[in-house]
Design a protein around this ligand. Structure first.
Ligand code: HEC
Ligand code: HEC
Ligand code: HEC
Ligand code: HEC
Length: 420
């Protein structure tokens, strides 16, 4: 908001759009009703924030359907801008969202088209039963063909496959800008990295912002002739009269200034997601899973392994978040604690579940302490690691063969070892 205001004070009225997957970081419907409510409240917060931003349009992504299609249709009522999806039909065969919209920005007419890639059938069954997704590429082409002549500029919110983004940019005349939220580096990073993500591809502007609201992709466009390719402002050989694009990536954090209206909706959100009173009032009960014992229990019998673990990054994962003040963020905390959603749900009350504890890797085995030999643990497998070392959300490439020895606790000294 403060960044947008700084643009406005320079006389720039940006045409702000989002390529989808903006409402939820969890793409699936979590069975815990408290989590669902948290997701719902966070969605309302984001919608209010996007309204304050002055967003022109947003595409639909799979994650936006996490609480179901009906809920997303309801959410749209609160939005002061349209959700776009050219290739979705609901169970009754109707299009729940507009395929495109035409807006006026700085005296130019701009067509904005949105579409999303076809999700797996099991996703459709769960989140929008009966709905159908057609191939997004021809759906986008049809919108462009229908409206291209009425406008000065065409923007595609392409929540689609990489190959289709390239085809759109390279093969379809008159596409000026493609917003590419799914690009290989678009949503990969929880933090800002140095890679340049926004490029010109065969004369088309490709905007690839990073995930988690950490960046904005910005294109400053000097339109001379509609339908002509874009040339970089740095291109000294550009023919006179070309359409000129100046592309940049704007890091949003940590340059956060104060904005009272935005602060208020964020404070309201934080207040309502603490669940101090809502739990009683709404008779929502959260029963922690009895499967988790916690590292304090294991420490009693395995002091050596516990001491080792404390020295690893997992043993201080929560302190890492505390250091930057991010421990209450639902998009950060779950990977830096143990059993989130099963052990606790309120970010303000992590209790003894801070850090990536023993059971994150070893799994659950609640009867082990009473009869260790009768209830042994299986060997640690890398499938437990991927939940957090998720390549789409972390920045260090994860190789279990290299990583496992770095975190493997020292072996137990067993009676049988001595016999050998
Ligand atoms: C519950 C989430 C979670 C699970 C499960 C998990 N990790 Fe981690 N891992 C983290 C976090 C978070 C960090 C970073 C902690 C920090 O620096 O604050 C980390 C750090 C690491 C590091 C150190 C990285 C470095 O550069 O210092 C290694 C190695 C590692 N994990 C390996 C594994 C392996 C192998 C598994 C599976 C057996 C695993 N992790 C399971 C969350 C997890
Ligand atoms: C999907 C799980 C996941 C989420 C969500 C997550 N982290 Fe982590 N975090 C990790 C893992 C795994 C590591 C270990 C290094 C790596 O793989 O990037 C890590 C490492 C870190 C580190 C230390 C290493 C470094 O690069 O400085 C910091 C700081 C950190 N995370 C902060 C955050 C913040 C802030 C958020 C929320 C914006 C967040 N994390 C969200 C899993 C996660
Ligand atoms: C009451 C003591 C006790 C507690 C508490 C305990 N363990 Fe153990 N654990 C043992 C003993 C004893 C063995 C050795 C069993 C054997 O000799 O086969 C063992 C073995 C293990 C092993 C080796 C594989 C196996 O099953 O033989 C792992 C891994 C392990 N424990 C993890 C844990 C974890 C994780 C926790 C906490 C969630 C935990 N233990 C809590 C006593 C305990
Ligand atoms: C990041 C993942 C990870 C975490 C967290 C973790 N361990 Fe381990 N632990 C391993 C791996 C990997 C091994 C090597 C043996 C195996 O593959 O099962 C191991 C080995 C052990 C062993 C020896 C097993 C044997 O057969 O000799 C014990 C006991 C143990 N861990 C207990 C714990 C306890 C207690 C904690 C928490 C304080 C803990 N571990 C936290 C991954 C982890």
């Amino acid at each position: 908001m403060t960044y947008l205001n700084s643009l406005k004070s320079d006389g720039i009225q940006p045409l702000l759009v989002d390529g989808g997957d903006w409402l939820f970081s969890l793409g699936r419907l979590h069975p815990n009703p408290l989590l669902q409510q948290q997701m719902h409240q966070k969605a309302l917060l984001l919608i209010d924030a996007y309204n304050l931003f002055g967003t022109f349009a947003a595409a639909v992504g799979e994650h936006d359907l996490a609480l179901g299609l009906d809920q997303l249709v309801q959410f749209e009522q609160r939005m002061k801008f349209p959700l776009l999806c050219a290739n979705l039909k609901d169970a009754t065969g109707q299009s729940p969202f507009a395929a495109s919209t035409i807006v006026t920005s700085q005296g130019r007419k701009v067509l904005i088209v949105g579409a999303m890639r076809v999700p797996p059938q099991r996703f459709i069954n769960k989140h929008c039963a009966g709905a159908t997704f057609s191939d997004p590429y021809p759906a986008i082409l049809a919108e462009l063909e229908a409206h291209r002549d009425e406008v000065d500029l065409c923007v595609v919110l392409g929540h689609i496959n990489r190959a289709d983004v390239d085809r759109l940019a390279a093969e379809v005349p008159g596409v000026d800008v493609v917003v590419e939220p799914n690009s290989s580096n678009g949503s990969e990073n929880t933090w800002i990295n140095d890679k340049i993500k926004t490029t010109l591809h065969q004369g088309t502007v490709l905007l690839k912002p990073s995930g988690q609201g950490s960046e904005l992709s910005r294109a400053d466009l000097w339109l001379r002739e509609s339908g002509q390719p874009w040339v970089s402002i740095w291109d000294e050989d550009a023919p006179a009269g070309s359409n000129i694009a100046d592309l940049s990536t704007v890091a949003l954090a940590p340059h956060i200034g104060r904005h009272p209206a935005m602060e208020k909706i964020v404070q309201d959100f934080l207040a309502t997601t603490r669940y101090k009173t809502p739990i009683d009032e709404q008779k929502m009960t959260f029963k922690p899973s009895s499967q988790f014992l916690g590292s304090v229990t294991c420490a009693v019998c395995h002091p050596q392994q516990t001491a080792f673990w404390k020295k690893t990054a997992h043993g201080r994962a929560y302190a890492t978040l505390e250091a930057s003040g991010d421990q209450f963020r639902y998009d950060c905390m779950p990977c830096h604690v143990t059993g989130y959603g099963e052990t606790f749900v309120d970010a303000h009350q992590p209790g003894r579940w801070k850090d990536v504890q023993c059971e994150s890797c070893h799994g659950q085995n609640p009867r082990h302490p009473s009869q260790p030999q009768a209830f042994p643990w299986p060997a640690v497998q890398d499938n437990n690691c991927w939940a957090c070392h998720n390549p789409s959300e972390t920045k260090v490439p994860f190789d279990p063969v290299q990583a496992m020895p770095r975190i493997a606790c020292p072996p137990l000294k067993r009676a049988t070892d001595e016999k050998h």
